[in-house]
Design a protein around this ligand. Structure first.
Ligand SMILES: Cc1ncc(C[n+]2csc(CCOP(=O)(O)OP(=O)(O)O)c2C)c(N)n1
Ligand SMILES: [Mg+2]
Length: 1010
C-alpha cells in the first residue's frame, strides 16, 4: 500500500480519493497482456494535432472560445509568423518548425500540459476499468490480468508520465469536447479533473467502450458515465430497489430453509440479478417494449421465474415434491430447464408486458441463438423490424460466456439483416468461478466478456455489491439498446456464496476465496443499513418488507402441498394459440392431400422462370436456367429446384411464411436454386421472384447465413418456435456439416418435445450422396438421425385408419430421403398441412438436381396427389409379381443406379425395385404389403453408404419385424469403413460396380443362412 501514500498526502483534502484498494496484490504492468486489453489507441501525435486543431478553429471563430493560455499561444504564433496568413496555416504546423521554435517557452509549456491533460483524460476513458473496484470480495480483480496501467494517476509520481508534477494539480485546464466531466464548466483544475475521472471510471463501475468505432456512440457513453451527479436515485427508486433485493434474497433463503438438501443453483452472492433484470425491463417497457424473451442458465433460474417472470410460487415449490405425478408427456426436470411465458402489467410503467423464459438444456449457452431466433420471429410477425416492441435478454455465467464458441457465433448474427434482433442485453453473472475452475485457468482474455468486443458492444463491469451502481448500468444499457439498437453487456462481478450447487464443498478447491466469502456481509444487509442510515427507510419498514415476502412464500408453500399433479403444459415458453385444442391436443389426426391445381403449378412455374422487375439485367447463365424452367413448365415437368419452388410458393399463397436460411442458400450451394436474382448493371439491386407470386401472399425470406451451423441452426429452431404457421428451413452447405450443430440437434430437435412438450416443425435440408467427391462431402450421416428416432424396431404396430398420421404424431422426428422432386414438394407441404409439428430431416440430393430421369411430371403433383412414403415398383415386375425373384429395397439416389443396371441387364420383370422415401417413422404398413406382394422373392436392402452407416442398421430390424423373422433381408452395399467415403474416384467406382454386381447376381445369396 505504501507506494500509494505520496499521492494520498498530496491530494488530501481535495476529494481525490485513493486507488490502493486492491492492495499489494496488484501486479506491475505486463506489456504483452496490456496490449490485448488495449482499446484502439490513438497516437499522441494524432491526438495532439486533433486537439490543437479543435482549439485553433475555436480560437479563430472567437478568441474567447478558448482558455486564455491558448489565446496567448495562438497570438504569439501569429506574432512570430507575420508573413503567413495564420488563418490559412494547418494548425498542426503551429506545433512544429518555426512557429513552434519561436513560441515563448511559457506558452509551449501551457500547450504541452494541455495535451498531457487531454491524454490523461483519454487514458481514464480507455483504461480506467482496470483499476475500478469491481470485486465485492476485494481479493481478486475482475480481469485476470489486473495490471495497473502506467498512464493512470494511481500514485503522485505517475504525473511524471505526462511531464506534469504536483505543482500542476491546482492549475486550471481547458477540457476537450470529448469529455463531460466538467458538467457546465469548460475548465477545471487538474486535481478536480483526476478526481472526477476516478469517480467516473474507477469506482464500482468499469466501462469498456473506447474500442467502439463510432464517435456518437462513444460520446453518448461518456456523457452517461462522466456527467457529474448523473448517478442519482430518488428515495422512491431506492425503496423499490430494496424491496426487490428483499424478494431476491428471501426467496433463496426460503428455498434453503425448506429444502436444505436439494440442489438449487442458488443466486446467493448475486442477488442483485433480480433487481437488475427488473430495471432493464422497466426501462425497456418505458421505451415501448412489450415483449421480452429471455434465455438463461441454471444459476438463479428459479429466482428469475419467481420474481421476474412471476410464475406462481406454489407452482415452483411443488416441483420439489418427489411424489408429484406428471400429467402429460415431458421428462420433468422442470426446475432448471423448462421455460415459461407470462403476460402481466409492469408496475413501474403500468403497461402490459409479456415475459418468456426459454426452456434450455444443460448445455450452457446453447439457448443463446434459439432465443435470438424466437425474438427475430416475434419481431417479424409483429411487424416490428426495428425491435421497438420485442427484445431479448441473455444471461450468462462467466466461465460459459468465455468458453463456449456459440456465444461468438451468436454475436456475429447480431448485426446481420436477416438475423438481427436489434440489440440484445447480455447480463453476465460473473461469480469469478466456473464449477471448481478459477478464471485464470478458464480463459485467456482479461475479462469473461471480451468476446462482445467483436461487435462493438459496450461492456459495463459493475460491482454487484453496489446495488445502485448496478441499477445505473442497467438503466444505461436499456437506454443504449433503445437508442442504438445494438448489443450491450452488463458484467455483474459477484461471488458464489456456496459451492457449484448447494451440496458441493467449495473449500476443496478455493479455500482462500471461500474464507473471504464466509466473512462477506450479505448485500441486502449492507444496502438496508445504507438506506436506514440515509433515512430513506426505517428499520421497522425494512423488517416489515421482509416479513411480508416471507409470508407470501409460506402461503404459497402451503398451497403447493395441494398440488398432486405436475402439468408440464403449464410451462410452455411459446404457446401457439388456437393451433391445438384447449387440452393441447391436435385438432384432428388426418392430413389433407398435398397436391395442387394445375393452374397454381403453372403460375408458380412461370414466375420461377422470370424476373418480375422492370429493366432487370440478368446474367446470361441464370437466364439459361430460367429458360430451362420455362421449358419444363411447358412440358408439365419439374426438376428439384422447381419442385421446391412450387412447395414454397404455394404455402406463401396460403398465408404460410417460408424462411430458408443457411450458407449460400439464395443461389444454392449447387447453383440450382437462384431464388435471388442480381441485376448485372446495378450494384446490390436484387429480385426475389418468389415475392411476386400473388398480390396477397405473405413474404418469403431467403437468407444467406454467416458461416456457422451451431448458431444458425439454433437461431432457425428458435424462429420456428414462434409460430406453427411457418415453414422454417435450414440447409447445410453439405450434410456432414450438421455435426457442428450437433448440440442443437441432440438437445433440442430430437428430444425437445419429449423434454419440454413443445412442438417444432423445423426442416433440415442436408445434401447427401456418394458422388466420388471424397469423405468430406458425401455423407449427412443418416445413421445418426435414424439411431435417435424413437419408433420401436421390434414392435409390429397396430394399423388403424389414421396410422399414417398417428405414426407421425408419435415420433420424435421425420426422416426422409426423397427420390423425386414431386415427393420433395409433397413432404414440404405436408409439413404444414399436418395438424401438429414435428422436425423434418430431409437428405437432399446433389447429382439428382440435374439428372433428367429424376424429374417429375405435374401429374404427380396435381390435386389429389400426396406424399408417397414408399414408391413401389411400377414396371414389368409389379405387373407380374409372382415371377419376381428378387426385390431390392433402397432409398434416395442409388435408385437411379439400380434402375440403369437393371435395364442394361434386362431384368425388369425379374427384379423389383422399391423406394423407401420416408425412412422414419418406418412405413410398416406399406412395407408389409410389398413383401407380401412378392411373397416368393428374395429381399435385399441396397445402399451406397458403408454397411455401418446409412440406413441398414435402422431398416434391418424393422424389416425383420414385418417379416416375423421368417424371411431374410440381405445387405448389398459398401463394406464397413471408418471414413464415410473413399477419397479416390477409381476406388469409388470400383466399389459401386462390385455391389451393383451383387445386387443383380441372382445367385449371390444362395445357400446362405440367415
Ligand atoms: C456446454 C457445457 N459444458 C459443461 C457443462 C457442465 N457445467 C455445468 S455448470 C458449469 C460451470 C459453469 O460456470 P459459469 O458459466 O461461470 O456459471 P456458474 O455456475 O458459475 O454460475 C459446468 C462446466 C455444461 N453444463 N455445459
Ligand atoms: Mg461462474
Amino acid at each position: 500500500m505504501s507506494h500509494f501514500r505520496p499521492l494520498a498526502v498530496a491530494l488530501r483534502g481535495s476529494g481525490l480519493w485513493m486507488l490502493g484498494r486492491n492492495g499489494p496484490g496488484r501486479q506491475v504492468f505486463n506489456p504483452h497482456r496490456g496490449c490485448s486489453s488495449g482499446a484502439a489507441q490513438t497516437s499522441p501525435s494524432t491526438l495532439s494535432s486533433t486537439y490543437v486543431e479543435q482549439m485553433y478553429y475555436a480560437w479563430l471563430e472567437d478568441p474567447k472560445n478558448v482558455h486564455e493560455s491558448w489565446d496567448a499561444y495562438f497570438r504569439s504564433a501569429q506574432v512570430n509568423n507575420p508573413a503567413a496568413d495564420i488563418s490559412k496555416l494547418r494548425p498542426s504546423t503551429l506545433l512544429q518548425g518555426r512557429a513552434m521554435t519561436q513560441t515563448p517557452a511559457m506558452s509551449q509549456k501551457v500547450v504541452e500540459d494541455h495535451l498531457a491533460v487531454h491524454n490523461l483524460i483519454r487514458a481514464y476513458q480507455i483504461r480506467g476499468h482496470h483499476v475500478a473496484r469491481l470485486d465485492p470480495l476485494g481479493i481478486l480483480t475482475a480481469d485476470v490480468d489486473s495490471f495497473v496501467p502506467s498512464d493512470l494517476i494511481t500514485t503522485i509520481d505517475r504525473l511524471g508520465f505526462y511531464g506534469l508534477d504536483e505543482s500542476d494539480l491546482n492549475k486550471t485546464f481547458q477540457l476537450p469536447s470529448t469529455t463531460f466531466i466538467g458538467g457546465h464548466e469548460s475548465t477545471l483544475p487538474l486535481r478536480e479533473i483526476i478526481h472526477r475521472l476516478e469517480t467516473s471510471y474507477c469506482g464500482h463501475i468499469g466501462v469498456e467502450f473506447m474500442f467502439i468505432n463510432n464517435l456518437e456512440q462513444c460520446q453518448w457513453i461518456r456523457q452517461k458515465i462522466e456527467t457529474p451527479g448523473i448517478m442519482k436515485f430518488t428515495d422512491r427508486e431506492k425503496r423499490t430497489l430494496l424491496a426487490r433485493l428483499v424478494r431476491s434474497t428471501r426467496f433463496e433463503d426460503f428455498l434453503a430453509r425448506k429444502w436444505s438438501s436439494e440442489k438449487r443453483f442458488g443466486l446467493e452472492g448475486c442477488e442483485v440479478l433480480i433487481p437488475a433484470l427488473k430495471m432493464i425491463i422497466d426501462k425497456s417497457s418505458a421505451a415501448g417494449i412489450d415483449t421480452v424473451i429471455m434465455g438463461m442458465p441454471h444459476r438463479g433460474r428459479l429466482n428469475v421465474l419467481a420474481n421476474v417472470v412471476r410464475k406462481d410460487l406454489d407452482q415452483i415449490f411443488c416441483q420439489f415434491d418427489p411424489k408429484l405425478e406428471a400429467a402429460d408427456e415431458g421428462s420433468g426436470d422442470v426446475k432448471y430447464h423448462l421455460g415459461m411465458y407470462h403476460e402481466r402489467i409492469n408496475r413501474e410503467t403500468d403497461k402490459d408486458i409479456t415475459l418468456s423464459l426459454m426452456a434450455n438444456p444443460s448445455h450452457l449457452e446453447a439457448v443463446d441463438p434459439v432465443v435470438q431466433g424466437k425474438t427475430k420471429a416475434e419481431q417479424f410477425y409483429r411487424g416490428d423490424p426495428e425491435g421497438k416492441k420485442v427484445m431479448s435478454i441473455l444471461m450468462h455465467g462467466d466461465a460459459a460466456f468465455a468458453g463456449q464458441g456459440v456465444v461468438y457465433e451468436t454475436f456475429h448474427l447480431s448485426e446481420l439483416p436477416s438475423y438481427t434482433t436489434n440489440g440484445t442485453i447480455h447480463v453476465v453473472v460473473n461469480n469469478q468461478i466456473g464449477f471448481t475452475t478459477d478464471p485464470r485457468m478458464a480463459r485467456s482474455s482479461p475479462y469473461p466478456t471480451d468476446v462482445a468486443r467483436v461487435v462493438n458492444a459496450p461492456i459495463f463491469h459493475v460491482n454487484a455489491d453496489d446495488p445502485e451502481a448496478v441499477m445505473y448500468v442497467c438503466r444505461v444499457a436499456a437506454e443504449w439498446r433503445s437508442t442504438f439498437n445494438k448489443d450491450v453487456v452488463i458484467d455483474l462481478v459477484c461471488y458464489r456464496r456456496f459451492g457449484h450447487n448447494e451440496m458441493d464443498e467449495p473449500m476443496f478447491t478455493q479455500p482462500l476465496m471461500y474464507k473471504q466469502i464466509r466473512k462477506q456481509e450479505h448485500v441486502l444487509k449492507k444496502y438496508a443499513d445504507k438506506l436506514i442510515a440515509e433515512g430513506v427507510v426505517t428499520l421497522q419498514e425494512f423488517e416489515e418488507e421482509v416479513a411480508k415476502y416471507d409470508k407470501i412464500c409460506e402461503e404459497a408453500y402451503t398451497r403447493s402441498k395441494d398440488e398432486k399433479i405436475l402439468h408440464i403444459r403449464h410451462w410452455l415458453d411459446s404457446p401457439w394459440p388456437n393451433f391445438f385444442t384447449a387440452e393441447g391436443e391436435p385438432k384432428s389426426m388426418s392430413c389433407p392431400p398435398t397436391g395442387l391445381s394445375e393452374d397454381i403449378l403453372k403460375h408458380i412455374g412461370e414466375v420461377a422462370s422470370s424476373a418480375p422487375l422492370q429493366d432487370f439485367s440478368i446474367h446470361s447463365g441464370v437466364l439459361r436456367i430460367l429458360r430451362g424452367r420455362a421449358d419444363m413448365v411447358s412440358k408439365r415437368t419439374v426438376d428439384w429446384a422447381l419442385g421446391e419452388y412450387m412447395a414454397f410458393g404455394s404455402l406463401l399463397k396460403d398465408g404460410i411464411h417460408v424462411r430458408l436460411s443457411g450458407q449460400d442458400v439464395e443461389r444454392g450451394t449447387f447453383s440450382h436454386r437462384h431464388h435471388v436474382l442480381h441485376d448485372q448493371e446495378v450494384d446490390k439491386r436484387v429480385c426475389v421472384p418468389m415475392n411476386h407470386l400473388w398480390p396477397n401472399q405473405v413474404p418469403y425470406t431467403v437468407c444467406n447465413s454467416s458461416l456457422s451451423e451451431y448458431g444458425v441452426l439454433g437461431f432457425e429452431l428458435g424462429f420456428a418456435m414462434a409460430s406453427p404457421n411457418a415453414l422454417v428451413c435450414w440447409e447445410a452447405q453439405f450434410g456432414d456439416f450438421h455435426n457442428t450443430a450437433q448440440c442443437i440437434i441432440d438437445q433440442f430437435i430430437s428430444s425437445g418435445q419429449a423434454k419440454w412438450v413443445r412442438n417444432n416443425g423445423i426442416v433440415l435440408l442436408l445434401p447427401h450422396g456418394m458422388e466420388g467427391m471424397g469423405p468430406e462431402h458425401s455423407s449427412a450421416r443418416p445413421e445418426r438421425f435414424l439411431q435417435m428416432s424413437k419408433d420401436d424396431p421390434d414392435r409390429y404396430p397396430e394399423f388403424t385408419a389414421d396410422f399414417e398420421v398417428q405414426q407421425l404424431y408419435d415420433c420424435n422426428w421425420i426422416v426422409v430421403n426423397c427420390s423425386t422432386p414431386a415427393n420433395y414438394f409433397h413432404v414440404l407441404r405436408r409439413q404444414i398441412l399436418l395438424p401438429f409439428r414435428k422436425p423434418l430431416i430431409i437428405f437432399t440430393p446433389k447429382s439428382l438436381l440435374r439428372l433428367p430421369e429424376a424429374r417429375s411430371s405435374f401429374d404427380e403433383m396435381t390435386t389429389g396427389t400426396k406424399f408417397r412414403r414408399v414408391i413401389p415398383d411400377n414396371g414389368a415386375a409389379s405387373e407380374n409379381p409372382g415371377k419376381v425373384k428378387r426385390v431390392i429395397f433402397c432409398t434416395g439416389k442409388i435408385y437411379y443406379e439400380l434402375l440403369k443396371e437393371r435395364k442394361q441387364l434386362k431384368l425388369e420383370d425379374t427384379v423389383a425395385i422399391v423406394r423407401l422415401e420416408q425412412i422414419s417413422p418406418f412405413p410398416f404398413d406399406i412395407i408389409k404389403a410389398e413383401v407380401e406382394l412378392y411373397a416368393n422373392a428374395e429381399l435385399l436392402w441396397c445402399q451406397e453408404e458403408h454397411k455401418n452407416m446409412g440406413y441398414y442398421d435402422y431398416v434391418r430390424p424393422r424389416f425383420l419385424t414385418v417379416l416375423s423373422n421368417k424371411r431374410p433381408i440381405w445387405y448389398v452395399g459398401r463394406d464397413p469403413a471408418a471414413a464415410p467415403a473413399t477419397g479416390n474416384k477409381f476406388t469409388h467406382l470400383a466399389e459401386l460396380k462390385r455391389f451393383m454386381d451383387t445386387a443383380f447376381n441372382l445367385t449371390a445369396f444362395e445357400g446362405r443362412c440367415f
